[in-house]
Design a protein around this ligand. Sequence first.
Ligand code: ADP
Ligand code: ZN
Length: 812
Amino acid sequence: MKLAGVAVENAAFSFDKAFDYIITDELAQKAVPGVRVTVPFGMGSKKRLGVILTVFEGENRKGLKKISSVLDEEPLLNAEMIEMVFWLKERTFCTLYEAAKAILPAGINHRMVVSYTASGNKEAAQGLNAAESEVYNYIASKSGYVKRDAVLKALGLSSDCKTPDDLVKKGALFCNMDAVRNIGDASVRMLSLNDEMPDGVRITPKQKSVVDFLTDVGCATVKEICYFTGVTPAVPSTLVKSGAAHWVEFEVLRTPKPVDIERDETVIELSAPQQKAFDGIKQLMDAGKPEVCLLYGVTGSGKTLVYLKAIDKAVADGRSAIVMVPEIALTPQTMKRFRNRYGKKVALFHSALSAGEKLDEWKRAKRGEATIIVGTRSAVFAPVENIGLIIIDEEQEHTYKSEQSPRYSAKDVAKFRASKNSCLLVLASATPSVESYANAQSGRYSLQTISTRYGSAELPEVITVDMLHEERAEGSASISRKLFDELKQNLDNSMQSILLINRRGFNTFVACNSCGHVITCPYCSISMTYHHANNRLMCHYCGYSEDFRTECPECGQKSVRYSGFGTQKVEDELSKLLPEAKILRMDTDTTTGKDSHERMLKQFGEGEYDIMVGTQMVAKGLDFSNVTLVGVISVDQQLYNDDFRSLEKTFSLLTQVVGRSGRGENKGRAVIQTITPENSIIRLAAKQDYEEFFRTEIKIRKALIYPPYCDICVLAFIGENEIKVKAASQQALGMVMDYTKGEYKNEKIICLGPRPARVSKISNKFRYRLIIKCRNNRNIREMISKILIDFGTKFEFSSVTVTADMNPESII
Ligand code: ADP
Ligand code: ZN
């Protein structure tokens, strides 16, 4: 009889596998590999979602259940993707369903809901026929949008009735399409006040602050409410129970706005160094073999133009292409560039798209309408076939590694796809990761280099300011005299400046001057940050906040001191130092709205601001020719954290941000403020000398045995009971020791720890980690899997979550 192997949702890792189900005759046509199904699961046979991975002939046996229903007309996963599901499980220690879910678009569990409202256009509503009038009058009699289903039902019309659409065409109605979540309950809810407060409801002060806030803003998510009022998430719920407010139930997601495409058909004229790099890439593409090429080009060398040429070639060869850019660098600039050049052939895969938009773009790729995929990490799973080229821009960026299950690296997935499609993978950067550059040196990757900026642009001149000795600008704690002078000069010359400060908030450290008590989050082992915007102390890890205070909670003295600066403080100081300057602050507090990031960058590009102050998000990828000054307020924090990658990250950040300056006709400057000007990383970044950086860094990695001289697997232990968490981590160390003495004795490993993570408690959960230096091979992965499965079945550790991450971005 016909059986299917099904990946089932919410299966625990310790018993996860492809579960066998019977395919009944009625479902035989539709139940093929790659479709989603519902299946009865577990003791109670509750319905769960699943994906068919295999179909085979097998024997009926006791307890075998039947597939309940098939959800898709056509498979969502092709053979390559199904193979990838198994590959992801083996590589990243996730369940098969988690792997399938990562590959499928987020919007897949949504359905589209169409609704209409009267347009208010009186002329268009003239001269309607009887059927149209009936529909029009019904909709016009309602306030707001009416769902299509409701209209059809109320008027007894058939489901394929075209009348409402005709009215939309005539301009009498507006139509709206929303995606609503079909299965599950993970949607974002917004709270909105009821029109009238029910009688006899007593409102606490906390609830009052929420009511006042909602009166101001209309509706808000729980997260926003908590940020601005400091209440806990329980307060909004109480308001709903008492009848004062209600949830706006479904996540309402708009389908993509039609974008204007200004057809760009300019012929790209590559410069000589660009042409040389492109020729190398072209040759590798023609070879039609799985290959990796590192494109190392300094900031402003015009790597994008080389990408475009290479994509042109893939298109001419009749093959598809995937281009990935880091999260923060997927600017409207980049998207527009691709859209203008390739029109509808481009599909965007971006985490900031709504679920409905994601689904739409995914479908266009799946149907073969879009063959050029531009996007962030998840674009690597785009359902395109016959891939001719994959490009990963700024390949060293940490956003290419997923921090949640499945903990995959987009670079590894891209290699998998390159090998399945026999195509070229291009890793590009001005500051490649040490691992990639080492691979290029050893010949495992081929290397193309562009060592000069495009055209007449030169690399900026960099000034290092010693903050221990240098004077500050009048009344400022964060800005030196030198940086101030440069900013002033740029302002006078109508040039723009970018300032980097990699912490958000106002004051980043709050402590008592009398007793030394540091104000930390009660739930996390991290100090609180003062935010000016809401006048509160905030925890950046769990979102807890409390009122601004001057009195110490420990000793009661009025001597709490606020120090350390974040973006808000720098913005504040600047506005006093340069009152005539128009300042734009960009950090995750100012860019929460869906399009605000995009809007801000557009305004800055149009010259509406003089200075942009922000976190990492201003450091990378931006290309504004009018920016001739970059200032780094401080990076010392980043430089001295204990992660083995912190030097590489600081070097990259500095080089990248400095590279935003002087990209146009005017020469650029950069000012780096630091308390350790003699530090070699700062010196090398000032010179933009990547090769020298690499030579020193690779020596350190070799001496201390870090990647590329080993792989690192981090086992993380998380739970509320610290004793159990610690015990679990120690037991894991014992297991690793036993395994490497016995079954896996040929594997060489070095264990560090177990020890508490740098932030040892988040949201009241303790975190321990065991660092295993090893070789990422099948044996080691099998051993790690066994350990995870073991923990999954240990009752004594049921309160401890154990996860494994192979080559995580950070090990602290
Ligand atoms: P990178 O990504 O290497 O830092 P970009 O690709 O952003 O550099 O290019 C820097 C600037 O130089 C961009 O404004 C780009 O349009 C321009 N540029 C680079 N190469 C060319 C070229 N061959 N023709 C025209 N403009 C170019
Ligand atoms: Zn916290």
